[in-house]
Design a protein around this ligand. Structure first.
Ligand SMILES: *Cc1c(COP(=O)(O)O)cnc(C)c1O
Length: 233
């Protein structure tokens, strides 16, 4: 695996890196016997200059990720970036729910019923259906957010009773102490188990700059790639 050098970039460098990431995704997809059409690259733009994000957008990149509600709002207020597809990948505070719901394609960090309920209520107020992923602490790392793997089914059963949200997949941030191949394989197995009960659980969001090829080999449908595109934060 060739990892591009990560350092602050100018526009051309961002475009080169973006192209390289897509090349790597394509190669990894081919090796895994998977189709590019089943894999979405979310360009994680947190902390990145708006001009650089705009450059990626103009080059055709559609999906972008932000981790904080305030930063998301700044992106949505930016004329060149508003017509992009935004993904909320960070921990969502209850008081930020109104800023995010209805403004993003997917909220990634749902790990408890109260947050799911708040998202659903806000979506219903806006007459929307908000897509969400369940964040799972698949490595049981005390430093990481997410529902414990054996409690995921109960959480989903509960969330499915809320009309304003649709739970469509699982996501995780792996522990640094665990081999990503193991982490991602476990998340896929859990998703497969849960999907036998709830067929709408099609997505697996896993894989970041350092390990997205491993994630593809394990069935990732949504990658979240920041530094490999925009350089070191
Ligand atoms: C920042 C972030 C990423 C991207 O990480 P990189 O190492 O820059 O690719 C992915 N997922 C989450 C939840 C993040 O906060």
């Amino acid at each position: 695996m060739i990892t591009p050098q990560v350092s602050p970039t100018d526009g051309q460098e961002t475009l080169d890196r973006l192209a390289l990431v897509y090349q790597h995704v394509q190669t990894a997809a081919e090796q895994a016997g998977r189709r590019m059409a089943d894999i979405t690259v979310v360009a994680v733009s947190k902390g990145v200059d708006a001009a650089l994000v705009g450059t990626a957008r103009l080059a055709g990149q559609l999906d972008f990720g932000e981790a904080r509600a305030r930063d998301l709002k700044a992106r949505l207020d930016h004329p060149a970036l508003a017509r992009s597809r935004w993904h909320f990948i960070g921990q969502l505070q209850r008081n930020d729910v109104p800023k995010v719901v209805g403004n993003v394609a997917v909220i990634y960090s749902v790990d408890n019923p109260e947050l799911g309920r708040a998202i659903s209520d806000e979506a219903l107020r806006k007459d929307r259906l908000q897509r969400c992923f369940i964040q799972v602490n698949i490595d049981r790392d005390p430093a990481k957010a997410g529902v414990e793997p054996d409690k995921a089914a109960d959480l989903i059963a509960r969330l499915r009773t809320y009309d304003g949200i649709s739970i469509q997949g699982l996501t995780t941030v792996g522990s640094k102490q665990v081999d990503p191949h193991e982490t991602y394989g476990r998340l896929r197995d859990l998703r497969d188990d849960l999907r036998a009960r709830w067929p709408e659980l099609i997505h697996l969001s896993m894989g970041m700059s350092n390990d997205y090829e491993t994630a593809i080999a394990n069935g990732a449908t949504v990658l979240r790639v920041g530094r490999a595109i925009f350089g070191e934060r």
